[in-house]
Design a protein around this ligand. Sequence first.
Ligand SMILES: [Zn+2]
Length: 325
Amino acid sequence: MIKDKLETTQPIVFKTLSNAITNRKFAHAYLFTGVRGTPKKEAATWFAQNLVCEHKIDGFACEVCDECRRISENKYADLIYLDGTDATIKKDSILHLQEQFSKTALEKSGKKFYILDMAENATTEALNSLLKFLEEPNGQDTQAILIVDSIDRLLPTIISRCQIIPFKPLNVEHYYEDGIASGLDPLDSYILSHIVKDVDHMKDTSETEEYQTGRVVAERFVSLFDVDIHRFLVWFETEILGSKEKDKEIVKMMLEILLIFFRDVVSCHEGQTSWFEREVIRIRDKNYPIEKIILILLESKDKCNRSYNLQLVIEQMIYEIKEVM
Ligand SMILES: [Zn+2]
């Protein structure tokens, strides 16, 4: 049930929407905003179901009746769903939408609504047409839901006409479980749940050379940094550096993984996989200046992003870590 999922993972969104449903007080337009992977589209579906369902359970849509099902399958005649995920939303689509909405509702509920998914991927012309429509919706029963990953790319004039419903990023454990369920190795799932907030994206990333090599380098670093950090450097410069194109991405990935690892050491969090757990336990009782190491890693990451010479960044990082140890 979408209701249960929203109630547990997005309590504030649930409260706002369920208040509107209970009091039958709706904004003309809602703007659902939140990072990729948050259940914005599901929430939009659930919200629409609540406007038409005639078999409500405890005041909320049943999610299984004919109306509810047709909404979730996008077969409800008075619901127009435009998706900007794979292709831009163009002006023509908005004009078509306006035309459809000027007609009488086809379904018996009399409610008409449209959902613009990934609305940030609409052309400026499309957004301008939409703006006019938001200003003069045809009739009281037209409901708009705009869905965006990032609010920054929408026109302020559009944002100001919508009630904003922010979705909070799901917690790391949620992505970790999803990663495991989709077949990822526990360590990969653990690491990627911190870096990539979307299970499909986690899977794709786990298969990249940047990630796989970055993970090997990070593991090597952890096993050597307090034993023989010079050996790590020699190995890194002879075995890893050189593929040029991907060097930078590999180093960035290594730094991301090391930051997760050392933060786990500081917080005494043993991770959820044997390698993290074993190494965190090995290092945390040794009184190393972990906070200083984290700072050095963060500075190195910043230098990578600002295109310093990569080899120099690593050499300097190793030198500084040696100094503080
Ligand atoms: Zn229903």
